[in-house]
Design a protein around this ligand. Sequence first.
Ligand SMILES: [Zn+2]
Length: 462
Amino acid sequence: MYVDISTKHIVSIPNAKEKSKLSVEFSTDSLCVIWYAVINNSLKGIDQMKKMTAWFMALLMGLALFTSSASAESGQPGRGKNRAPIVFVHGLGGWGEGTKLNDLFPHWGMTAGDVKAYLNGQGYEAYAASVSPVASAWDRACELYAHLSGTRTDYGEAHAKIHGHARYGPSYEKLGPDWPGESIHLIGHSFGGATIRLFAQLCAGGSAEERAASPANELSPLFRGTLGGSVVSVTTLAAPHNGTTALLEPVKGVGVGLIEAALYSMAALDALVPGFGAYYPVHLQQFGVDSGATLAELAQNFAAFDQSADSARHDLSVDGARAVNQGIRCQPDIYYFSYAADMTRKAQRGRAPKRSISIMLLEPSLRMGEKREPYATPGGATIDNRWLPNDGLVNTISALHPFHEPHRAYDADNVEPGVWQVMPVVTDWDHIDFGGGLRFGGAAGVMEFYLALAGMLEGLPK
Ligand SMILES: [Zn+2]
């Protein structure tokens, strides 16, 4: 099952680059850690907001310069056969097209370059959707629909009532493809996995609760159950299908705490600093986290969101993921592919991270890999030693496939819809490397990986 990704034709990774990057990866990752620390500390005083924003922008500019030397190559457009547009959906903390941040530092590619532009240059129609970096799978699926359709986000009357937030959210400019007129391939990284699985489910079946709560003329088409056939395939990359112990006590530690602090600081900046949302929109207006709120209201509204069962934090937990999964089933006409990674090695205390793991993932990987007696989550799931291997943020076992859905090992000669085709476990990329990585020059083989993936998807039967 565990196969070094570089030995597989599906994703060939040149080894030479792997050696040369090691001497410089520490400095780039360190910058990111410093960035998180600065943001975290700066939040202690609102009067330091401007200083913090300046720090943030300076770092972005620096990263943009790093990436400029690794920008996309031009290719040969027009090649191919059964080619549906590809839509990338980011995970926790990510961003996409339509944000100024993506112009400076593309989320899909990061320090490796711009994956979308690279694929476009190779003749593939590819887009990078932009949804909330911290909202729940449901809210993000609704935003994905709004982005693909070019409309105002409708989270649904029933959902909004249950979770005590506004029904409507941000308005989007239409993302490129002529969807739903033409079907699309969906590729989701990390929490983008739950987002696209739920989105595909809603397209096919809609929501009975929403249909009961709104008259037909006020119902979002996403909830009607009439968009079946508009998604060709769902591919997940390092997605915590069954939740992650990175967010689970007693495993949760300072590394994840820093990442959370950074994300939630971004939400505060979006609400408080005019123009910040154009760079990094956090999209929590439905919870009252917006510029109209006073500082006290902002803190109160954010805390209510953060502790609710309608947030990324909830849906990424083991129990939260189980709840999300209850409403999702593999659709018989959609192809499903999943990639999981394991960046750990055997160690006395369980599994230890490999030396080449991104430094910001070192601490969470250590904690997640630590051997302990099996324990139960509050919702009753059992966490045992099968959960120790991880990619730095997601347990390998969780990323293979949703526990409750049909699955089998990928066989290039026999690919079927309605069942997860589980790819060989990737052993030389960590969680962030799937997006391109934060190492200087990017993770090795990023463009080759996505080109091979796009090629595989275009080869799927119609
Ligand atoms: Zn919601």
